[in-house]
Design a protein around this ligand. Structure first.
Ligand code: MTE
Ligand code: HPA
Ligand code: MOS
Length: 764
């Protein structure tokens, strides 16, 4: 029986629920004489540091030492690309920015010591909003731009919509906050356990800060308790501080942010301001669209530039944009440095076109689903950056299948009927599609390596460059290796991610963890299998290509040899039983100067139908039912993929409806805790939740016919925002309804009030 594609629980599911699964900070107990680190945080969003005296901290019992720039043997900066993130700044660039660290025998002592540090600041004016940044010409990037077709068609169009949309950011709220432990190994080299999506980059930054070469640093990641993009680069500074502390004191050092500190100082999803204008035909077909995007990048560049590119690549979602001009610019503000978050800018770009289509549907007085469908890509179409949408037919296939299976048309009639005699509670229904480009847009990241070891007893250890953050990558890797060798998964062990096993890896990100690392692992397995087939062929008296690896045996012509026995024989014949695997995604390229190319290897598709009930008195919405049809190719692991779809959808629902990040006038994150920042939980799960994987969806050229699934389902939550819009509309008679994101109860309440007020004034 096939192992790949079999519905299997996550390989750590049991350990997750019993608490036996280990995360970085659980390893503290293994280190004697461990020191704890706590930062000295600046009480200004923007200021010069006029005085910093750390000595008083040493008077605090338990404090061992402090860390300042004077302790840095290398370069005191953790900025991955631009080197714009000083670990010990002289100018404070966001509220609570760490300016020094204190190391102590206990966390409490470190905190008390940090409070004793004497610092003085000369406050400077702070830029806290996108509007202020635009006004002050405060940007982290130049303007990025993609144009296609004749944008003058916009002014020539009979129907036009124009407006602004503000899109809120999002806190990652990974259950495990940023964490690292560093120590000197017996050779005097630096060893780090880090909760990082990108161990190779963490290694690079640690080496940079210590002023040593990369082979002097080993970074290991057992697993993460969630990351969602928040540990793609932002794990680095904490690993660097732990390493610097261990370097200075020769003692193991632990850094783990508390929840409040993590929420106060780490980056989030980028808030956006979008300005748009679009021209349509009276039948709802789009002629031309102009979009200006501004993101709030915060105090440093981080990944904001590729995030903005991905937004600009995704302003089409599933729609053909005949003429388009999209620009993007990252604003520099005195706030946390915004970073990767599931979707990586794609969600913000896609939300804009969904907003525009919703308004166009109201303008031409057609159902939104009709307008959406009329604008779908057709087979053979190209995107606005010149990539052919190879399997565009899947958009319509998914759409029609889901509309039928969710009983969309009948339910819409029923809802209209029930809304007609329900004055204060209205239901809304909407269907929205998703197309998401798979690959890192920086082409060189699309590579992966693996080292597969087969032991003489026929058991296997797999090393690869990907990290596990709950998404089930290790489960899939285990299945790929087991499938390749025809072994049960119990014979395959996936090892923790270490830079001394596989070097120069990419972040586990862009949803491509299993595409890249799975293919590298498969490559290694095939090499070993090819060698084993020669050994087996001699035993089974056949040609090597005739040997099949199945059910723990190598077999041909009705005869078989047990896999372990075969490995023992191969060993005795001095045949190598390990191999390195490598994979590079073929056929992708992009020219950022001309904004043309094929940045994506393929697209992932899906669609969702959601129904909500809106309480006109409070603006509160209840999610009654959601139906999802999602394309995972030939799923490597259907239970894992279902979890990704359900979890991604719900994370999107949180972003779009209840999670609201607020900064106060001093630039402080005023929602730095679960008490003030509302997260989706069990109560946000739709009462009826039908998730289906698209059938007969083999993706050629991807490991075992599968498709990436990590990020795309987040955007299925657009269906909820649109269902809310539909419900708001039911309080009036078809007026253009626009509201910023997230659609919190307050915003929805006021939108309802506005719709009702305009009904009264028009006397209907
Ligand atoms: N699922 C869980 N449970 N936890 C996570 O942190 N991160 C998401 C997604 N699913 C995440 C998750 C993000 S942002 C990405 S890019 C992918 O998983 C990364 O893993 P993959 O490439 O192996 O899908
Ligand atoms: N997606 C996600 N993470 C990334 C990307 C991307 O395109 N590029 C760099 N990091
Ligand atoms: Mo995911 S935002 O690409 O880590």
């Amino acid at each position: 029986m096939k192992v790949a594609g079999r519905p299997m629980p996550h390989e750590s599911a049991g350990a997750h629920v019993t608490g036996e699964a280990l995360y970085v900070d659980d390893l503290c107990g293994r280190f004697a004489i461990l020191l704890h680190a706590w930062p000295v945080c600046a009480p200004h969003a923007h200021a010069h540091i006029t005085q910093l005296d750390v000595l008083p901290a040493l008077a605090e019992p338990g404090v061992v030492t402090t860390l300042t720039q004077a302790d840095v043997p290398g370069e005191g900066d953790s900025g991955a690309n631009r080197h714009d993130e000083p670990l010990f700044p002289i100018e404070v660039l966001f509220y609570h920015q760490p300016v020094a660290w204190v190391l102590a025998e206990s966390l409490e002592a470190a905190r008390r010591g940090a409070a004793r540090v004497e610092a003085a600041y000369a406050p400077l004016p702070a830029i806290l909003t996108i509007e202020q940044a635009i006004e002050s010409n405060s940007f982290l990037t130049d303007q990025l731009r993609i144009v296609d077709g004749d944008i003058r068609d916009l002014e020539r169009s009979p129907v036009r919509v124009k407006g602004e949309l503000r899109i809120g950011g999002q806190e990652h709220f990974y259950l495990e906050t940023q964490a690292a432990i560093a120590w000197l190994d017996e050779s005097g080299c630096m060893a780090v356990h880090s909760s990082t999506q990108h161990p190779s980059e963490t290694q690079e930054i640690v080496a940079r800060v210590l002023g040593v070469r990369r082979n002097q640093v080993t970074v290991e990641c057992l697993r993460m308790g969630g990351a969602f993009g928040g540990k793609e680069v932002q794990a680095n500074p904490y690993a660097a501080i732990a390493a610097l502390g261990a370097w200075k004191t020769k003692r193991p050092v632990r850094v783990r942010l508390t929840r409040e500190l993590d929420m106060a100082i780490t980056g989030k999803r980028h808030p956006y301001l979008a300005r748009y204008a679009a021209g349509f035909e009276p039948d709802g077909r789009l002629n031309a669209i102009r979009i200006e995007l501004y993101s709030d990048g915060g105090w440093s560049l981080d990944l904001s530039e590729p995030v903005m590119w991905r937004s600009m690549f995704h302003v089409d979602n599933t729609y053909k944009l005949p003429a388009v001009e999209v620009t993007g610019r990252v604003c520099r503000t005195h706030k946390t440095s915004q970073t990767a978050f599931r979707g990586f800018g794609g969600p913000q770009g896609m939300l804009v076109v969904e907003e525009v289509l919703a308004l166009a549907a109201q303008a031409v007085n057609l159902p939104a689903d009709v307008v959406r469908q009329r604008n779908f890509y057709r087979e053979g179409d190209h995107t606005h950056y010149g990539e052919r949408v190879g399997d565009a037919g899947r958009i319509e296939e998914i759409w029609n299948t889901l509309k039928a299976s969710s009983d969309f048309d009948r339910r819409r009639r029923d809802i209209a009927a029930s809304n007609a005699h329900n004055r204060h509670f209205k239901r809304g229904l909407a269907i929205t599609p998703v197309k998401f480009g798979i690959s890192f847009t920086a082409t060189f990241f699309n590579q992966a390596g693996a080292v597969v070891l087969v032991y003489r007893d026929g058991t296997v250890q797999v090393n690869h460059g990907g990290t596990e953050m709950g998404q089930g990558l290790f489960t899939k890797i285990q299945q790929v290796a087991a499938e390749s060798f025809g072994l049960p998964v119990s014979r395959v062990r996936v090892m923790s991610t270490r830079t001394d096993k596989v070097p120069n890896t990419s972040a586990t990100a862009a949803s491509s963890g299993s595409d890249l690392n799975g293919a590298a692992v498969e490559d290694a397995c095939v090499q070993i299998q090819t060698r084993l087939a020669v050994v087996a062929a001699a035993i089974l008296d056949c040609d090597p290509p005739d040997v099949r690896f199945e059910d723990g045996h190598a077999s041909a012509r009705g005869k078989g040899v047990e896999f372990g026995a075969l490995c023992e024989t191969a060993y005795k014949q001095r045949v190598s039983l390990f191999a390195e695997g490598f994979y590079r995604t073929p056929d992708i390229h992009f020219d950022f100067a001309t904004s043309r190319g094929n940045p994506f290897y393929y697209f992932a598709y899906g669609a969702a139908v959601s129904e909500v009930e809106l309480d006109g008195f409070t603006g509160q919405c209840r999610l009654i039912r959601t139906d999802i049809l999602h394309d995972t190719g030939d799923s490597l692991s259907p239970i894992v993929d279902r979890g990704q779809i359900e979890g991604g959808f719900l994370q999107g629902v949180g972003w779009l409806t209840i999670e609201e990040l607020l900064w106060d006038e001093r630039g402080r994150v005023s929602t730095a805790g679960a008490s003030t920042y509302k997260l989706p939980s069990w109560s946000e799960v739709p009462d009826v939740f039908n998730v289906t994987l698209l059938e007969r969806a083999t993706q050629p050229g991807v490991v075992m016919g599968s498709k990436a699934v990590g990020e795309p389902p987040l955007m299925l939550a657009f269906s909820v925002r649109e269902a809310i819009r539909d419900a708001i509309a039911a309080f009036g008679h078809g007026r253009a309804i626009t509201f910023d994101s997230p659609a919190t109860p307050e915003r929805v309440f006021f939108a309802v009030r506005q719709v009702r007020a305009s009904e009264y004034t028009t006397g209907r």
